[in-house]
Design a protein around this ligand. Structure first.
Ligand code: NAP
Length: 285
């Protein structure tokens, strides 16, 4: 598309934003559908976040994705939050409404849709979730809200897992929420006894990363979900596959959270197939 005075700007704020695939995914779709939009990455340091949101207002930017480290901090600069963003405590998508800038969380719905598409049954299940940051919080709330009965949480910083555990218990008092420290020797039994393991830490992204949990806990009766999409098979997923577990990487979640953002900004249905094709070309190619 030719940039003109009518071009609508959307984008991403984060720090760092290095290897994001969102610009290529959204811009390919804008071009194919002949929508006069452009998606730009903006590297925004934490100390510049307030100025960036002020700039968004002043420049008439239509929407933004928000990534590390701004997902929680950005809430205070917005005019309203969706129920999910409020519940999860993090915003990954901002869009304009008549009432001003609204923050939403499409990570959680993207995660849930990826599970639905793969026909993963959550009802009454037990999930072990490691990583209580922005993505981990979104996933934990979605699991609790959609039938998972027991959630066991762990994080490098146990206080973070505790805080998430408390928020989950307040919201879902009938669910069984437990926090376990990484050095607790009962952790292996907790993982082994779970129907589902979710990795919401960045461990596995770098080539020299080891496994985030002991692979001996993995078995063919479980489903292992790693939110990481690059590489497409992390050491955790490889170990799980080798032991016969069902596995999923973060590509679908990336796709669906992006599709939901697209729909909030453009008001049009997202062309899932085109978006998926772009991601496959970039990640599998
Ligand atoms: P985040 O806010 O930094 O949260 C990650 C959490 O994991 C932090 O609490 C971190 O603790 C903890 N952690 C790090 N290493 C650990 C370890 N060895 N054991 C236990 N906990 C550990 O990051 P995020 O935004 O939630 O993202 C987490 C991962 O999900 C990233 O890999 C990201 O790429 C992925 N993600 C994927 C999608 C998708 O669409 N597929 C969407 C969002 C995120 P510290 O802060 O103390 O290091």
């Amino acid at each position: 598309m030719e940039i003109s005075a009518h071009t609508k700007i959307v984008g991403l704020i984060g720090y760092p934003i290095g290897h994001t695939l969102s610009p290529v995914m959204h811009n390919t779709v804008f071009n194919k559908l002949k929508l006069n939009f452009v998606y730009l990455p903006f590297e925004v340091r934490p100390e510049d976040l307030a100025g960036a949101i002020k700039g968004m207002r002043g420049l008439g930017i239509v929407g933004l994705n928000v990534t590390i480290p701004h997902k929680e901090e950005v809430k205070k600069y917005l005019d309203s939050l969706s129920g999910e963003a409020e519940m999860i405590g993090a915003v990954n998508c901002i869009y304009r409404t008549d009432g001003g800038l609204r923050g939403d969380n499409t990570d959680g719905r993207g995660f849930l849709r990826s599970l639905t598409e793969k026909e993963i049954d959550l009802e009454g299940k037990c999930a072990f979730l490691i990583g209580a940051g922005g993505a981990g919080r979104a996933c934990a709330f979605m699991l609790a809200a959609n039938g998972v009965h027991r959630i066991i949480l762990a994080d490098k910083v146990t206080a973070k897992a505790n805080a998430l555990g408390e928020d989950l218990t307040t919201e879902f008092p009938l669910s069984s929420i437990r926090v376990i420290s990484l050095d607790d020797n009962r952790i292996k039994d907790c993982i082994r006894g779970s129907d589902m393991v979710v990795n919401a830490t960045p461990v596995g992204m770098r080539p020299d990363d080891g496994l985030v949990i002991d692979p001996d806990c993995l078995h063919n009766g479980m489903f292992v979900y790693d939110l990481i999409y690059n590489p497409i098979e992390t050491p955790l997923l490889r170990a799980a596959r080798e032991r016969g577990a069902k596995t999923l990487n973060g590509m679908e979640m990336l796709l669906y959270q992006g599709a939901l953002s697209f729909e909030l900004w453009t008001g049009k249905k997202a062309p899932i197939e085109i978006m998926w094709q772009v991601l496959e070309e970039r990640l599998k190619g």
